[in-house]
Design a protein around this ligand. Sequence first.
Ligand code: 4AD
Length: 478
Amino acid sequence: EDSKKIVLVEDESLPKAIKSKIDQLEQFREKRVRVFGWIHRLRQQKDIIFLVVRDGTGYLQVVLSGKVSQTYAALTLTLESSVELIGTLQTVPEGKTAPGGHELIVDYWQVLGTAPGADDAFSNRLNEKSDPSILADLRHLVIRGETASSVLRLRAHLLTAFRKALTSHSLIEVTPPCMVQTQVEGGATLFKFDYYGQPAFLTQSSQLYLETCLPSLGDVFCVQESFRAENSHTRRHLSEYTHLEAELAFITFEDLMNHIEAIICETVDQLLSNPASAALVQTLNPSFVAPSRPFVRMSYPGAIQWLNEHGIKRPEEDAEGNPVKGEDGQIVMVEHKLGDDIAEAAERQMTDIINKPVFLFGFPKELKAFYMKRMPPREGMDQEGMVYTESCDLLMPNVGEIVGGSMRIADQEELLAAYKHEGIDPEPYYWFTDQRKYGTCEHGGYGLGVERFLAWLANRFTVRECTLYPRWPGRATP
Ligand code: 4AD
């Protein structure tokens, strides 16, 4: 009853409070500050309330004691309410810890937006044990949590670090279109839509556009969304993902692999040398160690041999590509042979055993995209009747493939033959073909799945945790 009567009034005789974000507070120790945020934790005792407030930049321990803890708002305060807090920032006493090493002793405060309590309380809606589909529906609330927000924060650092590494290698950033009328990685995974009465697609990869930038801007990269209508409900497939792609001119296949390795290692080094991102990696993935260079390089035939030596088999497939079942109803498993695709399961077992980044290179032409350059004769890869490409996939432990790259066909006639072989109408690709017509050059590039990279770095179970609002088959909300 009494509490309803307590009305707080800010004491105008006190020094004017300095408005600050939580991460900037240290410079204002022992001063009067004004902070805005959301109630992250709440512990109510008789005459004192301890809060942890967050504003996105960090967490702040807050103490409400005396009159400020006795108001109606204080006694009915709920998690996730938004508040304004004014008080003195004090260094925490010796032996005590708090985020930033200080706490706010409040002399005036108010609730700005009350969050509901009881059944509709945040903690009731969001329960760690909730069904995954409920958590997906509540992604907008999940991202307020410490783990989810740390992953997203690390993602931001990661993108900055990638950009820094790429620009330090003289690549410049471009923004290719998402709405396109050509395919890159095969028709099966295209999202098609009506574009003013014409068929168009959401881009699968910006590669072809990056190639056209080489004579204009030199080596280029982009960080763009790619879209894949893949009916894959796996830990590493999204329908929309952030694709970091780069393209380099006048290089060899060896240069390409060295470049990918350098960018990845320099990005990781940067993340670990910045205290903010290093702390996030440490929290999310305490056992993370930067990969050592050079990465293991294994040719495709070498990988087939390795799989067989390690007893890793593949399901036998019929002519339609469906798994064959034996008399016992079990799927028949057989040895890998040259020409086989290395499926996700085998790839995962391989990276788990090797437990370091591995470059697989030199895939057969039939398994790869139309634009890839043939590999010139190379020792250990001269199998009868097999045409290999200058292609590489980078595999990471726990995740599998995170990068796909290749050298591109530079010769116009060869490219025209490749369209034909693949049954692609060359007409819509005239601009891509023109690259070979007007001053062609040897060139290559790659695409890196940002969510997969982050899943590796932050040790997440699935790429769905590594993007703001993940999309997968059947899921496009929130
Ligand atoms: O191997 P992909 O299909 O290669 C390309 O698209 C090339 N055109 C890129 C290039 O050379 N510029 O895809 C590249 C990477 C994969 O290694 C993977 O990390 C990621 O993109 N990726 C996906 N990530 C999440 N969900 C999906 N459905 C993905 N498909 C590919």
